[in-house]
Design a protein around this ligand. Structure first.
Ligand code: SME
Length: 163
């Protein structure tokens, strides 16, 4: 397994396309869920965070446990640990079982502000047997940072992990 990630510039699709085979390499032969979630969010943050090409402030998983979302591996500032179904962007993505793109978090009713620096957000639900078992949450320090390109690739990336 290559332990150094290759970080590229270029458009967003090119960045995801460079990352995906590397993520597959990181996940290959490892079946520990926490380890795999941890490496995926670390790789995403390296590529799309301020050290890489972008403005990602926070990227991490929340997993469904006892009918709540519970904080799981993430990269970024400390965050709220539990989110109820239907609450905030994460709880809404879980309840609606669909990806939510929020260009301005202040305009999303019920948005949970873990960090005042967060301006836009995307949340991707993770499915197992047609049930949402986790969500991948990404926050940016800039407005309007997420679009259907992020949706497409992040939805693909979460399927690389066996939940
Ligand atoms: N903003 C999220 C909460 C999680 S943090 O951003 C890490 C929400 O509204 O669900």
């Amino acid at each position: 397994m290559a332990e150094d990630l290759s970080i590229i510039t270029g458009n967003k699709a090119e960045q995801y396309q460079s990352l995906i085979p590397q993520l597959k390499g990181l996940l290959e032969g490892e079946n520990d869920l926490v380890a795999n979630m941890a490496n995926v969010v670390a790789a995403l943050k390296e590529q799309f965070g301020p050290q890489g090409s972008g403005s990602w402030l926070w990227v991490g998983f929340y997993v469904v446990k006892n009918d709540e979302l519970v904080l799981a591996p993430f990269q970024g500032p400390v965050a709220c640990t539990r989110i109820k179904k239907g609450r905030g962007v994460c709880g809404s993505s879980w309840a609606e079982a669909k990806t939510l793109i929020v260009p301005d978090v202040d305009k999303f009713p019920g948005h949970i502000a873990c960090s005042s620096l967060s301006k836009s957000e995307i949340v991707i639900p993770v499915f197992r047997n047609n049930e949402v078992v986790a969500v991948l949450d990404v926050d940016s320090s800039e407005y309007d940072q997420f679009d259907t390109t992020d949706q497409r690739y992040l939805e693909e990336i979460v399927t690389l992990i066996e939940f």
